[in-house]
Ligand binder design. Structure first.
Ligand code: ADP
Length: 254
C-alpha cells in the first residue's frame, strides 16, 4: 500500500513565473525510506511541504496516508495526526524547555497534561537526552536540539516522518548520530521516512533515492553524482533502486 501517492503535481509561484513543481509523480510505499536529492531551488522543500500538508498543490492528485490532500479542509488535523517534521534548523521555541517543546504537538489531540508529560519524557529518553529535559534550546548543543526536534516530530506517533536536511546544520559526527537515530526509529517504529539531503552519506542509508531537477522527479542519478565506472560517488556501487541516466537509456533502447 502506498503511504504517499502523487500524480501530476504542479506548484507555481509569482503568477506562474516560478514553476517550483512541474508535474511531479511520486509513489512511496508504507514503511519505505526514501532520500530526495537535487540542486538548491529545484523544488524539494516545496514537494515536502505539499506531502506534509503545509501547503496545497495548484494542480494534481495527492493522497497521503489515505487522505486526499486536495480535498481535505482541515490540514491542521491531518498534520497533527499523520506527519512529523524535522527541519534543518530545529525550529524549537526558544522560551520553552526541551520537554515543553516536545509536548506542543500533543495539544492538537487533547491529551491530559500528565499523559503529555509522560509521553514527552519517554520520547526524550528514546532520543537519548533524558538528562536534558529541562534545558532551554540555547542551553543545548546542536545535536541535542535536533534530538529534541525528532522527539517533537514523534509526539503523536505519526506514520510518516518528513525531514528537510536534518543534518545540514550539524558537524559530521553529530550528523552521523542523528541519521543513526532516524534510521533506528524508521526500523523499530515502521514509519515511512522521506528525507531531503545534499549529503550522499545520508542518502545511502535510504532504501531508494530520487533526484529532482527543475521541479521534476527522476529515479536516475545525474552523471555528476556518478564516477567513471557509473557508481554513485562516495560509496561503492550504484545506489539501490537508482540508475544512472546511461543505464536508463540502455533499458529504454533495448
Ligand atoms: P529546494 O528545496 O530544492 O531548494 P524549493 O522548493 O525551496 O527548492 O524552491 C523551489 C523554487 O520555488 C525556488 O525557485 C524558490 O525560490 C521558489 N519558492 C519556494 N517557495 C516559494 C514561495 N513561498 N514564494 C515564491 N517562491 C517560492
Amino acid at each position: 500500500m502506498n503511504d504517499i501517492y502523487a500524480r501530476n503535481i504542479h506548484k507555481h509561484y509569482d503568477n506562474g513565473r516560478i514553476r517550483a513543481l512541474n508535474g511531479v509523480n511520486l509513489d512511496i510505499a508504507n514503511g519505505e525510506f526514501v532520500a530526495l536529492m537535487g540542486p538548491s531551488g529545484c523544488g524539494k522543500s516545496t514537494l515536502l511541504h505539499m506531502v506534509g500538508g503545509l501547503d496545497k498543490p495548484d494542480l494534481g492528485k495527492l493522497v497521503v496516508a489515505d487522505q486526499d490532500l486536495i480535498k481535505t479542509r482541515d490540514l491542521t488535523s491531518f498534520r497533527a495526526r499523520t506527519v512529523g517534521f524535522v527541519f534543518q534548523l530545529h525550529n524549537l521555541l526558544p522560551s520553552l524547555t526541551a520537554i515543553e517543546n516536545v509536548m506542543i504537538p500533543m495539544h492538537e489531540i487533547r491529551q491530559s497534561e500528565s499523559s503529555r508529560r509522560k509521553r514527552a519524557l519517554e520520547l526524550l529518553d528514546k532520543v537519548g537526552i533524558s538528562k536534558r529535559v529541562s534545558g532551554l534550546p540555547s542551553q543545548l548543543s546542536g545535536g541535542e536540539r535536533q534530538r529534541v526536534a525528532i522527539a517533537r516530530a514523534l509526539a503523536n506517533s505519526p506514520p510518516i516522518i518528513l525531514a528537510d536536511e536534518p543534518t545540514g546544520n550539524l558537524d559530521s559526527k553529530n550528523g552521523e548520530q542523528i541519521m543513526a537515530l532516524l534510521t533506528q526509529i524508521w526500523k523499530t517504529d515502521g514509519t515511512t521516512l522521506l528525507i531531503i539531503t545534499h549529503d550522499m552519506s545520508v542518502a545511502q542509508r535510504a532504501q531508494r533515492m530520487l533526484y529532482m531537477r527543475d521541479g521534476e522527479l527522476s529515479n536516475n542519478l545525474p552523471h555528476s553524482l556518478c564516477d567513471d565506472t557509473g557508481s554513485a560517488i562516495s560509496f561503492g556501487g550504484c545506489f539501490p533502486g537508482t540508475k544512472r541516466d546511461s543505464e536508463r537509456d540502455i533499458e529504454v533502447r533495448s
